[in-house]
Design a binder for this molecule. Structure first.
Ligand code: AMP
Length: 395
C-alpha cells in the first residue's frame, strides 16, 4: 500500500482528491469543518516537503454549474483550517486551470471548482479523467467518503499515474483501522451491530462472522431476531420477511463459534415520541400497542460486560432511538463501555452511519481508537467489497 510517506513532494505538484463535501448554511458559510480538518495533515506534509497542492472535490449534488454548489464558497474556511491562503480557479479542467496549476509555486494550495459541475465526473468518463490528470505530477487519493464510487477523480484518473499514485493519510488510516479489526486482530473480537434494519446489515454480518468472537445485536434490527425466535414484540419495528434469514444467521454464528448477544430487556413506549409513556419489559414479552425503542438496564449490563472483555471492537449502529433523549441511554452505555475498553488497551473502530453521529453527539469521539469518516464507504468495506478508489491505487 503506497502512502504519501513513500514520496518526496519537493518541487512536485500533488493532485489531491479530497472530500470537501461540507455542509453550508443559507448564507453559504461552512457549518462543519470536520472534513477539511481531516484532509489537513496530507496537505501540510506535501507543503512541508517543498511541494504544492492542487485540491479537487465535489460539493453536493448539482445538476450543472450552480452558484450554491461552488467550492468558491469554502475557500475562506479552507484557508483558515490549512493555514495558507487557498487560491481558487473556476473550473476543474481546461486551459485556465492548467495555467493556474502552472503558476502555482511550492508551498501554495489551489482549489479547483466542483468536479460534479461536469456530468463526466460521476460517469467515470475517461477523457474527462485525462484532462483532470493534467493538473498534477503525483495523484493522491484522500477522499474516503467517495472511495466506493468509480468516478473520474476517485478511480479512473489513477491509471494516468502508474508509479505516481498513493493514499493520503486519511484514506490510509481508514484502511489500516479496518484491517486491524478484520485482519489479524487481537482477540476477543466483538462486533456491535445496531440500527433499524437487518436487511441493510446482512452482507456485513455474513462477511464478519469468520473474523469475530462476539456479535452484539441491538436496536431496531434485534426485533426481527426476537420475533423469529418466538418472542412477542408488540409494535416494535420488524422485517417479517427477514425472519428466516435471522435464524439462518444465528445458525451460521453457532457453527462458526461466534457467541451472539441479543437484548434481554427493553425500554418500550406507547408511541414513537420523546413524550411517550414508557416501561421496561422482557424483550420477548412486549405488550400489544407498545414498541421497543431502547435497550433495557439488564441488556446494558450484559452488553457492557462483553465489551469490557474485548480486545478489538467494531461498532456500527445505535442500540436505540438515540435521537430522542428518552431512548438514548442504551447507546450512551455502549459508548461508555467502548471508551472504557479502549482506555484499557482495546482497539475500537466506530464506523458506517449513525453510530458516528452518536459518538460525536455524546462526546465519545476522542475516547475510541478510530471514528471512520465515510458512512457508505465503510459499510461497503465491512461487507468485504473492493472499493474502486482503493483498488485503483493498489493496482
Ligand atoms: P441504520 O441507519 O440502519 O444504522 O439505523 C439507524 C437508526 O436506527 C437510528 O436513526 C435509530 O433511531 C434507529 N433505531 C435504533 N433502534 C431503534 C428501534 N428500537 N426502533 C426504531 N428505530 C431504531
Amino acid at each position: 500500500m503506497k502512502t504519501i510517506d513513500d514520496f518526496n513532494f519537493e518541487d512536485k505538484k500533488a493532485l489531491i482528491r479530497v472530500d470537501f463535501n461540507v455542509p453550508l448554511n443559507e448564507n453559504l458559510e461552512v457549518t462543519d469543518l470536520t472534513r477539511i480538518e481531516a484532509a489537513k495533515p496530507t496537505i501540510v506534509k506535501i507543503l512541508e516537503d517543498g511541494g504544492s497542492a492542487v485540491l479537487m472535490s465535489h460539493l453536493g449534488r448539482p445538476s450543472g454549474p450552480e452558484e450554491k454548489f461552488s467550492l468558491k464558497n469554502i475557500v475562506d474556511a479552507a484557508s483558515d483550517v490549512i493555514g495558507v491562503q487557498v487560491k481558487f480557479v473556476g473550473d476543474c479542467v481546461g486551459e485556465e486551470v492548467q495555467q493556474a496549476v502552472a503558476d502555482l509555486q511550492n508551498g501554495e494550495v489551489l482549489l479547483l471548482e466542483n468536479l460534479r459541475f461536469h456530468k463526466e465526473e460521476k460517469a467515470g468518463d475517461k477523457d474527462f479523467a485525462t484532462e483532470l490528470a493534467k493538473n498534477g505530477d503525483i495523484y493522491v487519493n484522500d477522499a474516503f467518503g467517495s472511495a466506493h464510487r468509480a468516478h473520474a477523480s476517485t478511480a479512473i484518473i489513477a491509471d494516468f499515474f502508474p508509479d505516481k499514485k498513493c493514499f493520503g493519510y486519511l484514506l490510509s488510516k481508514e484502511i489500516e483501522s479496518l484491517q486491524k479489526v478484520l485482519g489479524s486482530s487481537e482477540k476477543p473480537v466483538t462486533a456491535i451491530l445496531g440500527g433499524s434494519k437487518v436487511s441493510s446489515k446482512i452482507t456485513v454480518i455474513e462477511n464478519i462472522l469468520d473474523k469475530i468472537d462476539h456479535l452484539i445485536i441491538g436496536g431496531g434490527m434485534s426485533f426481527t431476531f426476537v420475533k423469529a425466535m418466538g418472542g412477542q414484540i408488540g409494535n416494535s419495528i420488524c422485517e417479517d420477511d427477514k425472519q428466516d434469514l435471522a435464524l439462518e444467521i444465528l445458525k451460521q454464528a453457532e457453527e462458526k463459534g461466534v457467541k451472539v448477544h441479543l437484548p434481554v430487556d427493553v425500554v418500550c413506549a406507547d408511541s414513537f415520541s420523546n413524550d411517550a409513556n414508557t416501561q421496561v419489559v422482557d424483550i420477548k414479552a412486549i405488550p400489544d400497542g407498545w414498541e421497543g425503542l431502547d435497550a433495557g438496564p439488564k441488556t446494558n449490563v450484559g452488553f457492557s460486560f462483553v465489551i469490557a472483555q474485548s480486545k478489538t471492537i467494531l461498532w456500527n449502529g445505535p442500540v436505540g432511538v438515540f435521537e430522542m433523549p428518552k431512548f438514548a441511554k442504551g447507546t450512551i452505555e455502549i459508548g461508555n463501555a467502548v471508551a472504557d475498553a479502549t482506555a484499557e488497551g482495546a482497539f475500537s473502530l466506530v464506523g458506517g452511519g449513525d453510530s458516528v453521529a452518536a459518538v460525536k453527539q455524546f462526546g465519545f469521539a476522542d475516547k475510541v481508537s478510530y471514528v471512520s469518516t465515510g458512512g457508505g464507504a465503510m459499510l461497503e468495506m465491512l461487507e468485504g467489497k473492493t472499493l474502486p478508489g482503493i483498488a485503483a491505487i493498489m493496482s
